[in-house]
Design a protein around this ligand. Sequence first.
Ligand SMILES: [Mg+2]
Length: 235
Amino acid sequence: MKGIVFDIDDTLYVRQDMIVAAAEDVLGIKVIDPKEFIDIYYAKSDINMDALEAGKIKTRDINGWRYEETFRILGLPFVPGDGVLTADKYLELQSHMSISEDMVKVLDAFKADPAIKLAVLTSGKSSHQWNKVDMLGLLNWFDRDKIIVTGDAGISKPDVRLCRMIEERLDLDPKDIWMIGDSYRHDITGAIESGWHCIWINRRGIGSPEIKSDIEVATDEELIKVLKELHKSLS
Ligand SMILES: [Mg+2]
């Protein structure tokens, strides 16, 4: 029996395109280098995660701040308040989010295999992340009690206690569990420290840290290919 644990954001669905599209819509401009925009926005995203999870800051305000910081650094034309408007636009776009057809097939195959147990480990505020679980239809593949939201747990990634919780719920040893995630700091370091295997989705081509993940992929196509190979190797 093996366990496969997925992060949600930018792992089961890709939000990067929506983050840029929201800014283009509100500012009425074309972002020249979307990758650079995302790099800056994500660098700002790590700063207040603990306070966000503790409910000390509202998601709308912090995302608004992240956007305005990104606009400022890139020299984009904005007025104060455009950040939260962009955050609102992003939420609107996000309400149409879905899992790719290829990922659906992969999840279907995992779910149909009695030798595989599935789980989700996701960062963020409880209501937001559960809302995504609903919108993406994740209960089709994941049991409710195998979905852990850090906002519910009261601890943040990459705290290994989260991995221990998953091990307990899956009733599996660390060596039999694979973590699939896009954030090296949040998804991969905790998994490595816990003795799990991992696949790192390194879409932004960040320089490889010293401690390596088992497998690194750069694109969604590669991710799907690797997940299929992983499935074959596990069964
Ligand atoms: Mg993620």
